[in-house]
Design a protein around this ligand. Structure first.
Ligand code: UGY
Ligand code: MN
Length: 265
């Protein structure tokens, strides 16, 4: 018989208080450690686990996932979505990424792909190891007089590191062409040397999806500080007060989604 056993009855209760959780969901932000994000499966992906991080039900204007693609898994057939842009960023392992019907190319850790609305793609794992990819979907907001952007398949190593802040220890890699008004969102790698924080608390109309890639720190959301580690995810809605203070001994880096370049509705 399939009987559920309360952990206390087994004597194998994990350390710490039962119910302790770094995760928080508020009306305009959410902090999600990975252990609480359960498994989904999607009809157009074979042998793939999707950990859905941001979704409209949370309040987000976009969707974000970690895809865990088992060997031999991935998109069953070329997939395209009318009106919706896709962005992929390689976290671990090497995926085979086919863009708009062309031969598949490697998408390894640090590699990324941008697909304008309606562009068909394939994403498969032809290796013997599980592949982890961060995926994002956003409905395209056209701008009158501006063309739809072209697809991009590249790697973060090909993107220059910039720093417009004048603050020593900050680093920015704009994975999508910065200031190009055809794009309605940015995906930015934000680098911090130990102890280098934002100069001020930000409060802005743009929303964010933040995936922590390296290092650790304290993140201010609203009026509360949260300890953040690699693989944690944060959704910040518009006007969520925010600040980052890295606390680790090495560099900290996160990948940040931000909606930009469009007027308010
Ligand atoms: O550009 C930004 O909005 C960025 N500084 N925000 C953030 O890292 N939370
Ligand atoms: Mn911000």
């Amino acid at each position: 018989m399939n009987q559920r056993v309360f952990p206390a009855a087994t004597g194998r209760v994990p350390p710490g208080a039962i119910g302790h959780n770094r995760g928080v969901v508020r009306p305009n932000y959410a902090f999600m450690p990975p252990e609480g994000v359960l498994v989904s499966r999607l009809p157009h992906y074979k042998d793939t686990i999707a950990r859905i991080l941001a979704a409209p039900v949370l309040g987000a204007g976009f969707a974000q996932y970690v895809l865990e693609i088992a060997p031999g898994g991935g998109t069953a057939a070329a997939f395209a979505e009318e009106g919706v842009q896709h962005f992929f960023y390689g976290l671990a392992g090497e995926a085979a990424f086919g863009l708009a019907g062309s031969a598949a190319k490697p998408l390894a850790a640090g590699g990324f792909a941008y697909l304008p609305p309606g562009t068909p793609f394939t994403l498969r794992n032809q290796t013997a190891e599980t592949v982890r990819v961060l995926a994002l979907r956003k409905r395209y907001e056209p701008a009158p007089g501006f063309a739809v952007p072209e697809p991009i398949l590249s790697h973060q190593d090909a993107v220059p590191m910039t720093n417009h802040t004048g603050m020593e220890g900050r680093g920015f890699q704009f994975l999508l062409p910065y200031g190009d008004l055809r794009f309605d969102f940015e995906m930015n790698l934000m680098w911090f040397k130990p102890g280098v924080c934002f100069p001020a608390v930000e409060t802005h109309v743009m929303e964010h999806g933040l995936y922590m890639l390296e290092g650790q720190g304290l993140y201010l959301l609203g009026a509360e500080w949260h300890e953040i580690w690699a693989r944690d995810f944060i959704w910040m809605g518009g006007y969520c007060p925010q600040q980052f203070y890295p606390t680790g001994q090495g560099d900290a880096c996160y990948l940040l989604y931000k909606n930009v370049n469009r007027d308010v509705p």
